[in-house]
Design a protein around this ligand. Structure first.
Ligand SMILES: NC(=O)c1ccc[n+]([C@@H]2O[C@H](COP(=O)([O-])OP(=O)(O)OC[C@H]3O[C@@H](n4cnc5c(N)ncnc54)[C@H](OP(=O)(O)O)[C@@H]3O)[C@@H](O)[C@H]2O)c1
Length: 271
């Protein structure tokens, strides 16, 4: 298959692109840090998903390499840590432009190709944070919730054209690049103490996260199958449980559980 992968220069995108290549697919990988060329058994093309022009040039260059797109795997994503009060609206916009609208832009150029071909597969990297909120990641959480809702709409609209959609929902995985983790809240903030605790928990969980190459292989396997699952969740048992309980339990219980986890004794909830 011919597979386009966005955000393929590091982290889960890189591992997924490598696994797709190892599974025998032709991988056309995009990222801002790539120049046009070939490396590590893949085609590389410069891609900035926040720019319509860049996305158009990426798809055009991909079609010059291979005449069809059997699958599109969208991994490009960035993260900002900070409080709802202090993260500037512009930073929310930056996160949405990359994580959510970036996917929309690429999809809108690839969907017509897939329709004309009579089908295709679109995989979008969401997150466990697309299913539940946690403190100090609101911009990221909002962008991933947007992807979740959007993907449900897309699947219903595109299925009649033979297009399958899959949401990948990773919990914490090792190997994500520090370069994409921006921090807004600083030492003068009224939230500084809670933020420091929460950010430390987030960092610890990422460092102790799951094996990213395993997730890459799972995604490659799902793409290679005739039918992809709509949701592919890859998380620790605790995170699976948190998602399950989030659906079942009243909001105040969820707030207490998640708040205590991230803020410890500093957690103050309504009960
Ligand atoms: N790591 C985890 O634990 C985890 C958990 C849940 C979900 N995820 C999701 O998995 C995906 C990968 O995350 P990661 O932490 O593994 O990777 P990462 O190391 O943070 O890499 C992010 C990738 O996105 C690309 N990127 C950023 N801005 C871009 C832009 N404007 N246009 C094109 N590419 C752009 C980067 O490449 P360039 O800088 O070269 O453009 C890089 O390849 C993200 O969608 C993330 O939300 C990760």
């Amino acid at each position: 298959m011919i597979v386009l992968v966005t955000g393929a220069s590091s982290g889960l995108g890189k591992y997924t692109a490598q696994a797709l290549r190892d599974a025998g697919h032709t991988v056309i990988a995009g990222a801002r840090s790539f120049e046009l060329g070939q490396a590590e058994g893949m085609h590389r093309i410069h891609l900035d998903v926040t720019s319509g022009e860049s996305v158009a040039a990426f798809v055009k260059a991909a079609l010059a390499i291979a005449p069809r797109v059997d699958a599109l795997v969208q991994c490009a994503g960035i993260l900002t840590l900070g409080t709802c009060e202090e993260v500037p609206a512009e930073e929310y916009r930056r996160i949405m432009e990359t994580n959510f609208l970036g996917m929309v832009r690429v999809n809108q150029l690839v969907l017509p190709l897939m329709r004309k071909q009579g089908g295709g597969k679109i995989v979008m990297f969401s997150s466990i944070n697309g299913l539940l909120g946690i403190p100090f990641q609101s911009a990221y959480v909002a962008s991933k919730h947007a992807i979740e809702g959007y993907a449900e709409c897309l699947q219903m609209e595109a299925r009649p054209f033979g297009i399958q959609v899959c949401l990948v929902e990773p919990g914490d995985h090792r190997g994500g690049s520090e370069a994409y983790r921006n921090r807004v809240t600083d030492a003068d903030s009224p939230y500084a103490e809670a933020f420091a605790k929460g950010a430390a928990v987030i960092r610890r969980d990422e460092q102790n996260g799951s094996d990213p190459s395993r997730l890459g292989r799972r995604v490659a396997k799902a793409v290679s199958r005739k039918r992809m699952p709509f949701r592919l969740r890859s998380a620790s048992a605790d995170q699976h449980l948190a998602v399950y309980l989030h659906k079942l339990l009243p909001a105040w219980v969820n707030e207490k559980v998640l708040c205590s986890y991230y803020l410890g004794k500093g957690c103050k909830t309504s009960t």
